[in-house]
Design a binder for this molecule. Structure first.
Ligand code: NOJ
Length: 558
């Protein structure tokens, strides 16, 4: 969607997507229209009314392209066609039109660090040195011992190099061996990618989410994967040759991003991206050695310090993305809240804290109804290639299968990938067939139909937050300040714009908490959002119920 005309009406430095809320759809798990057990584009189109009433502005679609589905579509074999299990290009065009009719833009997932091993470029490339496509990928001769050229590892476990018997050389794959990495140093690769991006832009899309985009500048021989020396040069070139001429939202997935590099990606004079997904708030909970498979105990002081650091760092320039979950992460309410004891209160608290910070909020499908991690008990119930690989490697290394499942229950990507729970019918109303992965058994109570009819539901809380962003510029542009940074249970911050001050107070604990606020925060005001009862006057002493959260808008004295 080209929003240039709307943009012209905005004051300098302001963008339409500052006020937007994005909703991420994992197509495979959203809504199955034809009973084959796999979600599809027609299913998404049938739910646009639902999304419109939630109030979101953009949909980010995880990959819908033709793919052998080794990594559920993050392995693309044709960038300009739709996977048959998801539908056709005509279905996609229809989705774009129908979404636009409701004021909703469609963002695509741009997966250009790698392709599928079934992509025609790779099939050609494999034919050997001398083939015009050989340098589309990264090939190296075996190391001195005949093994891989160096010790780069794949994110899905094992070496990042696979020997191709056809030519006796190794190719690089930072993910599965069926996801060979493209060689961005080759200008012909970049030309082809830009051509493809322009083709989608002409179809009227409103944005790109860019998969592991911090990898494209890699210097393999130096063992350098993230933040390579030419990364920003490539992004500026991409911007110039493709979306720079359109007014779209671009967000780069950058696990390595720091506040400093985020300013390079998203600074106003950089001509790169609108914003990045950074993951510091996610990884601060990971074990130094075993990563997410053995998460550390939750530490609110750390979480606050990371989130606040990002708020401060991008307060004058650049822009934050705000998210708790996505298709790779555990369910927000299970990870940061209390899905068993305080399901509704903690899900609403988390939404309040996130949506009232400065940045563009992203909702992952099902988060708005409080979907939870899935209690699978055996490895056969999991589908994700990463989990299946890690299970093999960890069990081979001596971990008991039971302990692996315990970790997977907390961290596996399939927690986020079980089907969307629409109603209390079989399989949560996701499909009339057999779903490709089991539905979370709590669908009888946690489902969209029940949430939409309950005025006090998590869904209605999200709806309110999304609407508040549209009516209160302080939520979009207000200056962020955190308070009580060392408090182990409460998150308190304020936002200030002109004479408006918004104070957000949240209890992250399953017990009552007493706070003593700094004097300057203690003012009467109007409660904009709450998860127990509205609180209109803030005294210096505040008693919070378990997971209580509210936000008060005050007018500051001269
Ligand atoms: C990041 C994506 O979010 C994830 O789902 C995928 O497996 C990897 N990149 C590889 O494309």
């Amino acid at each position: 969607m080209n929003r240039a005309s709307e943009q012209e009406a905005l004051p300098a430095g302001r963008k339409w997507w500052h006020v937007s809320t994005v909703y991420q759809i994992y197509p495979r798990s959203f809504c199955d229209s034809n009973g084959d057990g796999i979600g599809d584009i027609a299913g998404i189109t049938s739910k646009l009314g639902y999304l419109k009433s939630l109030g979101i502005d953009l949909i980010w679609l995880s990959p819908i392209y033709r793919s052998p589905m080794d990594d559920n579509g993050y392995d693309i074999s044709d960038y300009q066609d739709i996977a048959p299990e998801f539908g056709t290009l005509a279905d996609f065009d229809h989705l774009v039109v129908e979404a636009r009719r409701r004021g909703i833009g469609i963002m695509l997932d741009l997966v250009v660090n790698h392709t599928s091993d079934e992509h025609p470029w790779f099939l050609e490339s494999r034919k050997g040195p001398g083939n015009p496509f050989r340098d589309f990928y990264i090939w190296r001769r075996p190391g001195p011992d005949g093994g891989p050229p160096n010790d780069l590892m794949s994110s899905f476990g094992g070496p990042a190099w696979t020997l191709d018997p056809l030519s006796g050389e190794y190719y690089l794959h930072l993910f599965s061996r069926r996801q060979p990495d493209l060689n961005w140093e080759n200008p012909a690769v970049r030309r082809e990618i830009y051509k493809m991006m322009n083709w989608w832009l002409e179809r009227g899309i409103a944005g790109f989410r860019m998969d592991v985009i911090d990898y494209i500048g890699k210097q393999v021989d130096q063992g350098l994967v993230k933040d390579g020396p030419r990364l920003h040069e490539y992004l500026q070139e991409m911007n110039r040759r493709t979306f720079g001429r359109h007014d779209i939202l671009t967000v780069g997935e950058c696990w390595s991003a720091t506040p400093g590099s985020a300013l390079l990606y998203s600074g106003r004079d950089r001509s790169e991206l609108s914003m990045v997904f950074q993951f510091e708030h996610v990884t601060q909970q990971w074990d130094e050695i075993y990563g997410k498979w053995r998460p550390k105990a939750f530490d609110l002081v750390k979480l606050k310090s990371v989130l606040s650091k990002w708020q401060y760092a991008l307060s004058e320039d650049g822009w934050n993305s705000l998210f708790w979950g996505n298709h790779d992460l555990p369910r927000a309410v299970s990870q940061y809240g209390d899905a068993a004891g305080y399901h509704s209160q903690s899900a609403k608290m988390l939404a309040t804290v996130l949506h009232l910070m400065k940045g563009t909020p992203f909702i992952y499908q099902g988060e708005e109804i409080g979907m939870t991690n899935v209690p699978f008990t055996t490895i056969d119930q999991y589908r994700d290639i990463e989990t299946l690989n890690m299970h093999r490697l960890h069990v081979e290394a001596g971990l008991s299968p039971e302990d692996f499942i315990k970790g997977a229950n907390q961290s596996a990507r399939d927690n986020a990938r079980t089907p969307m729970q629409w109603n209390a019918a079989a399989h949560g109303g996701f499909t009339k067939g057999v779903p490709w992965i089991e539905v979370n058994p709590n669908y009888a109570t946690v489902n969209a139909e029940a949430a939409m009819t309950d005025e006090r539901s998590i869904w209605n809380h999200y709806r309110k937050l999304i609407a508040l962003r549209k009516t209160h510029p302080v939520i979009v542009y207000g200056l962020y300040q955190s308070w009580l940074d060392q408090h182990p249970d409460a998150f308190v911050y304020s936002r200030a714009l002109d004479r408006d001050r918004l104070v957000v107070i949240a209890n992250f604990a399953p017990h009552k908490v007493q706070l003593t606020l700094p004097r300057e925060l203690a003012n009467p005001g109007t409660c904009l959002i709450w998860n127990y009862e509205p609180v209109d006057t803030l005294g210096e002493n505040v008693d919070l119920k378990p997971y209580e959260a509210f936000a008060i808008l005050c007018e500051m004295r001269e």
